[in-house]
Design a protein around this ligand. Structure first.
Ligand code: SF4
Length: 312
């Protein structure tokens, strides 16, 4: 099923098999980024409103669940525009967690509205927030993100820091680089200082991989990407697709565990059940992988989940 508000699941490079929720359902955004894969913004606004009632969105999500699909690795609020423009997101997050109690909920955001305490409060129920911050240089911000005129870069910076101080979940910061736009030394220096202050759980430095909204948008070279990643402590791109099938090493429990956990965080008990192994053998293998810094534990809802370290 693919409805107006629920789409996928899609294989996300950062999150695994992700079931998408678009709380707006239209090309409405507070930015009009050069690189946007959804095309040019049709309605540029920084004003929040309901767009669609949470009940209608959750109704679609319930129907998807009732179709009997395998649960996704993550439910992600994103879609065609900026999800935090919707005043319904807190109710949507709560409803998604009720429908899928062991599936984490993530929110993609351009961070533009985080200076608003109500927006930060609405995100409190999510397990992960994935904000963008492409540049801290004013001229680059105006050229690259083409924001609603009401949105000041300094306020966005402050909003992200306020989120870090208040929010209990994981923050995965994304920085997208465009050739000749925000790949400057000035930006790298500013971002380096900012990342040190923000202390996100993970930094993803990326560039365009698909056509953007405007012709002047072009990807940076691999060397530039590597330089920014190195300076900013960026994670290596995860490899989701195909790694399980290509491992060809069915007898190796540790590899199978890592491969499975790359797709979905799971508890030791669930893994033992899925693999048909004695719980002791699974516990021992997991402990070794944690010790080797290949997996990490994440406590949620009274249970301990295991996930790859690159998901920091
Ligand atoms: S913030 Fe996201 S959705 Fe909005 S224009 Fe930029 S890339 Fe597109």
């Amino acid at each position: 099923m693919s409805g107006r508000y629920v789409f996928g699941p899609v294989l996300s490079g950062r999150l695994g098999r992700s079931l998408g929720i678009d709380p707006i359902g239209a090309r409405v955004c507070s930015f009009d980024c050069l690189y946007c894969e959804a095309g040019a913004t049709l309605s540029l606004t920084a004003t929040r409103r309901a767009f669609a009632p949470a009940a209608r969105i959750l109704d679609e999500l319930t129907r998807w669940k009732d179709e009997g699909h395998e649960p996704p690795d993550v439910v992600t609020l994103g879609g065609l525009g900026e999800p935090t423009l919707s005043t319904e997101i807190a109710a949507v997050i709560a409803g998604a967690k009720e429908l899928f109690p062991v599936v984490p909920v993530a929110v993609l955001t351009n961070a533009s509205l985080l200076a608003d305490p109500a927006v930060r409060a609405d995100l409190a129920g999510a397990d992960m927030v994935l904000p963008s911050m492409d540049t801290l240089v004013e001229a680059e911000y105006r050229r690259l993100n083409r924001p609603d005129p009401a949105l000041a870069l300094n306020a966005i910076r402050g909003g992200l820091l306020a989120l870090r101080a208040e929010y209990r979940g994981l923050i995965f910061l994304e920085i997208l680089l465009l050739a000749g736009v925000n790949d400057t030394e000035t930006n790298l220096t500013a971002l380096t200082d900012f990342v040190a202050e923000l202390k996100p759980d993970r930094v993803d430095v990326v560039t365009m991989t698909r056509p953007g909204a405007y012709g002047e948008a072009a990807p940076v070279s691999g060397a530039t990407l590597a330089r920014f990643r190195h300076a900013l402590g960026g994670a290596e791109p995860p490899h989701h697709a195909g790694s399980e099938a290509s491992s060809g090493d069915d007898g190796d429990l540790a590899r199978q565990l890592e491969s499975s956990l790359a797709r979905r965080p799971q508890t030791a008990a669930a893994l033992a059940k899925g693999f048909g192994c004695a719980p002791d053998a699974i516990e021992t293998a997991l402990a070794r992988l944690v010790e080797d810094d290949r997996l990490r534990r994440h406590d949620m809802g009274g249970e301990t989940f295991y996930l790859p370290v690159w998901r920091r």
